[in-house]
Design a protein around this ligand. Sequence first.
Ligand code: AMP
Ligand code: ZN
Length: 501
Amino acid sequence: MDHPEIKLSPYAADLTISNNLTRSKDRFEPLNAPYVGLYVCGPTVYSNVHLGNVRTFLTFDVIYRYLCQLGYQIRYVRNITDVGHLIGDTDEGEDKIGAKARLENLEPMEIVQRYTNDFQDVMRVFNILPPSIEPTATGHIIEQIEMIEQIMSNGFAYEANGSIYFDVRKFSEKHDYGALSGRKIDDLRNATRELDGQSEKRDPLDFALWKKAGATHLMHWPSPWSVGFPGWHLECSVMSTRYLGKQFDIHGGGMDLKFPHHECEIAQNIGAYGGELPVRYWIHGNMLTVNGRKMSKSEGNGFTPEELISGNHKLLERGYSPMTVRFFMLQGHYAGTLDFSNAALQAAEKGLQRLMAAWAKIENLPTTDTGAVDIAGLRDRCYAAMNDDFNTPVLIATLYDGVKWINNAADGRLQITAEQKSSLSELFRTFAGDVMGLKFEVDTSENVDNRSDGLMALICELRASAKADKNWAMADEIRDQLAAIGVQIKDGKDGASWEFD
Ligand code: AMP
Ligand code: ZN
């Protein structure tokens, strides 16, 4: 199909992605360019988001932002898991949300709402863009039942006491269970404990599509088989295909979801719709670790973004700003693990300050008639970095060449023309701003508050003396310039006071 009205960037043709399905770096060719379907597994909303979760959602935020920058029209679906995710990621036991509801004596939907709100707040704090659609598992129970019926009618699922299980052995007679994770079904079987005789499953590798609810289970719906609830893997198959089609471009999530969650998703899709693999490019964000161990709620080494900003946690020497954290995470490539440390965050804070200070300086750089900088070359290298599997560390290193130019031009050691200056400004806006999602922050930490007080007292004094000299233009200029950066001056009887917006 031709879409003359939507123009892709010429750089779009060179994007390559480390595709976990093919285990190779593949050129990105969407099924239906310029449209792109992107699905990312969202949070299970039973507790506060920790910084590890933030890393995964940040990874896909930057991928989404870069695809937008290339001119793609993206439908970005990121779900909310609000039922079916059982404690321990197993097929038996209590629902994570149900358990929390019982503990706090609340409705499960109160738990869901509270932690969905928390998740969305945290995303905003880190400047992570909202998806195009944020569907919930409980909003798609009917579709989940329909998909189970489809899988059953194709012979890949069976009923046992009101629960439905996916028949992995049957599926693997015709299809590849392990296509994504590379696992072999015999190895998996050897590594799995035998059924204890109590289980309803025919084979330990089988997984639940529908579970009959026990008497104390809080969240349940009627179905043709029992009053129960859907299995955890099913919702993502249902919501991705519902909104993106039976085949779509990119599926993402944290590395820990590759097996079994994503492997089961593929099996379900093929089990229901047959034929081709449902997703073309599988991308997994690697884990945030603390002293080499995955950050997680159950390890007790996870801190919330609030604790991170306030510094109020035993692992934190002090607080760090959201953009510092963003920059820290982008200094590592998404496919590698990233270890949290105070030293690394402090280094990131300095690095970010250098970058942002240079960016802020561009506007006031002196210009000359001839220039000695190759902005087009720098732009090519920025795109090349991102086109190489979204390599943000290389992008940052490349932008630092621009930082050097800016600092040299500011000191009069490098010539830059007005045109080059405006291209450089656009380059920073695009790559530091739009792609990496960095923004200027008002630092409200204690130290800076003290310094801000001193600075503002000085500025208010200068403004008062301008007024005393009847230099109203200068007094207004100071007030307006401060307002433009979010500082409000209020004139009162006892002089001027100020506050941040
Ligand atoms: P959950 O709410 O547990 O379903 O997790 C939400 C997302 O966060 C999933 O994509 C997980 O893979 C991801 N995640 C969990 N722990 C970490 C971690 N330590 N580092 C990076 N991503 C994580
Ligand atoms: Zn999922």
